[in-house]
Design a protein around this ligand. Structure first.
Ligand code: JHZ
Ligand code: SAH
Ligand code: ZN
Length: 405
C-alpha cells in the first residue's frame, strides 16, 4: 500500500512494469555494473481519482547536469512551442508583463518571449539544458521549483501574468508545493497554463510507454479539479493537443477570476464516459498492455527468425519502459538511431542497445524501423520517405502493433 500524493488515501498499484532503470539514464559499458533499478508500479486513487506512480525515484537521480532530453530535437515541437508562446502573448499578458516557465529545458518556448524583450524567467534544474537556454538569451535559474522558490521570485521580480509548464507538472511528486507556489506567484488575473500527456489518450491508445520514472502523475480534468480546489484555483479552460501522442493543455486561474469555458464540463463528461474515475478501467488497461507486449515480442522474434534487420528509431524515455518491460535485447534490435549528441555512442538504459547517429540509419537502412518516437511519426515519416521507397517498413505499437509503410 502507498499513500496518494494528492489526498493521502491509501492506494495499491493496479500493475507494475517490474524493475526499471532510470528512463533517461543512457550509459557507457563501464557503467553497466553500477546501473540502478527501481520497481515501477502504478496506481489509481479511488478517492481523488489521481493515477500515479506508487514508488518514486529521487528527482536528482533523473534531473542533473547530464540530462539526456533536449526539447529542441524535434522541429514540430519547436513550432508547437512558438504557437504556444504566441497564444500567451496575444491573450494572457497585461501591462509590464512577467512570464515564468518551469521545466524550460533548452529555452524552446521562452526564447519567443526573450526575443521581443518580455520579462521572463525559466526554472530548469538540469544544468546542461539550462546552459543551452542561457546561450539563447533566455534568463534561467538552475533549481527545482517549489513554494519556497516562488516566494523568492515574488520578492525579487514581483508576481507573474503567466506561469507556464509543458511536460513538467506531471513530473513533480511534491505537486502540492508547486501549486501552492503558483497561487503565490500569479497576479490576481494571472494564469497557469500547462500541458501534459492526457490520461484519456493513454487509456484509449494503450500508450503504456508514457509510464516511466519521470512521469509521477497521469492527469485528467477530474483528478486535477481536486488538486487545484485545495489551493483556491480552478481550471477555466482545456484545449486538447496532438503532441506526445495526445496531451491536454489546462488553463488555471484564481477561483472566480476568469469565466469558466464550457469545454471544461464537456471534458469531465467525456472522462466519465471513458471510465477514468473507475478502478475497472485500469484492470482492463493492464490486460491490453500485456497483449501489446506479447504482440510486439512475437513480431520481433518472427522477424529475427526470418533473418530481417530491425533498428530502433528515437532513443526515447518511453522506449526504456517498452524495452525493459517487453524484454527487447540487442539480438532483436541492432541499434537505436537518435539525433541527440549526448545519447550517441552510449547504450539504452537496462537493455544496453547501442545508440547511433542518424547517419548510420541512413547509410545502413534496416528492413524494419521500430518507431520508438511514434509521437513524432508525422515529422519523421515525412523526412524518411526514401527509407520506405527503398523497401523499408515501420513497426509501430501504439495504438496497436502494426507494420506500416
Ligand atoms: P520524445 C521526454 O520524453 C522526457 P521522450 C520527458 N519526461 C517528457 O515528458 C517528454 O520528453 C517531453 C529523437 N529524434 O520527444 C530525439 C530523432 O532521433 O519522444 C529524442 O531523443 N529524430 C521530459 O524521450 C527522441 O527521438 C527525429 O526526427 O519520450 C524523441 O523523444 C526526432 C523528431 C526525434 O521524448
Ligand atoms: N518543457 C520542455 C521540457 C520537458 S522535460 C518540453 O516540453 O519539451 C522536463 C523538464 O522539467 C526537464 O528539463 C527537467 O529538468 C525539468 N524539471 C524537473 N523537475 C522540475 C522542477 N521541480 N522544477 C522545474 N523544472 C523541473
Ligand atoms: Zn488520492
Amino acid at each position: 500500500m502507498a499513500d496518494c500524493l494528492i489526498c493521502g488515501s491509501e492506494l495499491s498499484p493496479f500493475m507494475t512494469f517490474g524493475k526499471m532503470p532510470v528512463a533517461n539514464g543512457f550509459l557507457a559499458p563501464d557503467q553497466f555494473a553500477f546501473e540502478a533499478f527501481y520497481e515501477l508500479p502504478v496506481g489509481f486513487c479511488a478517492e481523488c481519482k489521481m493515477v500515479q506512480l506508487t514508488e518514486l525515484v529521487e528527482p536528482d537521480k533523473m534531473f542533473h547536469d547530464n540530462y539526456a532530453f533536449y526539447s529542441s530535437t524535434s522541429a514540430a515541437m519547436a513550432k508547437h512551442f512558438e504557437e504556444f508562446a504566441d497564444l500567451v502573448r496575444e491573450k494572457y499578458l497585461g501591462p509590464n508583463p512577467f512570464v515564468v516557465e518551469i521545466g524550460s529545458n533548452d529555452g524552446i518556448m521562452l526564447r519567443h518571449f526573450a526575443k521581443v524583450g518580455i520579462q521572463h524567467l525559466g526554472i530548469e534544474p538540469s544544468a546542461n539544458v539550462a546552459a543551452e537556454a542561457c546561450k539563447r538569451g533566455v534568463e534561467t535559474i538552475c533549481e527545482f521549483f517549489d513554494e519556497n522558490l516562488a516566494r523568492r521570485i515574488v520578492a525579487q521580480h514581483g508576481q507573474a501574468d503567466a506561469f507556464l509548464g509543458a511536460n513538467v507538472m506531471c513530473h513533480i511528486p511534491t505537486i502540492h508545493s508547486v501549486v501552492a507556489g503558483v497561487a503565490l506567484l500569479l497576479k490576481p488575473k494571472g494564469v497557469l497554463i500547462f500541458e501534459d500527456p492526457y490520461l484519456g489518450d493513454i487509456i484509449e491508445k494503450t500508450s503504456y510507454d508514457q509510464i516511466y520514472d519521470e512521469h509521477a502523475f497521469y492527469f485528467c480534468v477530474t483528478s486535477l479539479d481536486y488538486l487545484f480546489a485545495q489551493h483556491g484555483l480552478e481550471i477555466v479552460d482545456v484545449i486538447p493537443q496532438k503532441t506526445h501522442g495526445g496531451s491536454m493543455r489546462y488553463i488555471v486561474a484564481h477561483k472566480g477570476a476568469w469565466p469558466v469555458s464550457a469545454a471544461v464540463a464537456a471534458q469531465r463528461a467525456k472522462e466519465q464516459a471513458l471510465g477514468l474515475g473507475k478502478a475497472s478501467t485500469y484492470e482492463k488497461f493492464r490486460a491490453k498492455v500485456e497483449k501489446s507486449r506479447d504482440d510486439l515480442m512475437a513480431l520481433l522474434r518472427k522477424l529475427k527468425s526470418d533473418g530481417k534487420r530491425v533498428v530502433g528509431y528515437g532513443a526515447t524515455s518511453k522506449s526504456t519502459t517498452v524495452m525493459n518491460y517487453c524484454g527487447i535485447t540487442p539480438d532483436l534490435v541492432e541499434f537505436v538511431s537518435d539525433t541527440t549528441p549526448i545519447k550517441q555512442g552510449k547504450f539504452t538504459p537496462g537493455s544496453h542497445i547501442p545508440v547511433k547517429p542518424h547517419e548510420e540509419f541512413a547509410s545502413q537502412p534496416p528492413d524494419y524501423a521500430l518507431l520508438f518516437a511514434w509521437n513524432h511519426a508525422a515529422e519523421i515519416k515525412a523526412k524518411e520517405s526514401a527509407f520506405v521507397t527503398g523497401g523499408g517498413r515501420w513497426i509501430v505499437y501504439v495504438p496497436r502493433v502494426e507494420i506500416q509503410s
